[in-house]
Design a protein around this ligand. Sequence first.
Ligand SMILES: NC(=O)c1ccc[n+]([C@@H]2O[C@H](COP(=O)([O-])OP(=O)(O)OC[C@H]3O[C@@H](n4cnc5c(N)ncnc54)[C@H](O)[C@@H]3O)[C@@H](O)[C@H]2O)c1
Length: 268
Amino acid sequence: MMTIPNRFEQTKIGIAGVGAIGSAVARALIAGIDGFTLDCVSDPALSADLGVLNTDFDTLLHRCDLVIECLPANIVPQLARKAFSTNTDIIFISSAALLIYPQILQELKTSKSHAYIPSGALCGIDGVLAMKEMGINSAKIASTKRPSGFNDAPYIVENEIDLAAITQNTLIFEGNALTAAKGFPANINVAATLSLAGIGADKTRVEIWADPKAAGNMHEITVRSNYSTLTSKIENMPDPANPKSSVLAAQSIVATLRNMSNALVISP
Ligand SMILES: NC(=O)c1ccc[n+]([C@@H]2O[C@H](COP(=O)([O-])OP(=O)(O)OC[C@H]3O[C@@H](n4cnc5c(N)ncnc54)[C@H](O)[C@@H]3O)[C@@H](O)[C@H]2O)c1
């Protein structure tokens, strides 16, 4: 178990899933993040040699103080259960998995693990956290990606939406964050993150737009309390290694690590 890292000691990190996001975080760790050492990774499909052990989840958890989850959503419960049963701290980037598989947050309650959720591809979470202290009245997110950014999403398949036929900015989903996470488990983690930071998955409203002319992945949130109204908008470059993800998501994990070990911490 890690709890708060000691700035003067090395924390051993394991990365589970070394795709677009996991590999960017691995590169940052190898380049150097004060206080952290990449000890090992776990990804059966990894072909690149990162110079560290590539192993199974059990060994990774046995060796590491902190695990960074960068997996497909459906694998997350398996890793989470093992992390919590060994009281290992974990950073989750697949926040949608925490809504789709509610047992993850249930199991966290009886574990000594700390679980961290970085802001990922979103901005404005700092303000949401502070506003929550006063009570949030409403929270909404509108996400826009190119149609291909939603390929293979369960909601698209089930509703037989022809993404190739979309020629203009089109609202393809409207509902709450829980339904959005189930329908778009690999595309709309931002809605899950907003709901976990704010007023929960049932009350957080989500719009998903497919725009063939979208320059990037755009997320706009509007959160209202009695004392503040927050609007924030970010436009991210899709990750060349996985257009469903954004380059910023990996960097939010790197920033989370730096925040854990910095002497000066900028927080909400
Ligand atoms: N929070 C956010 O804002 C945000 C933003 C973008 C992506 N994400 C999420 O982050 C996660 C990772 O995204 P990505 O773009 O790196 O995906 P990716 O598909 O590029 O990488 C996933 C990796 O996991 C590996 N993997 C699959 N099954 C495994 C198993 N059983 N054990 C070990 N490794 C396994 C795959 O081989 C692959 O390398 C996804 O769930 C994605 O939806 C979150």
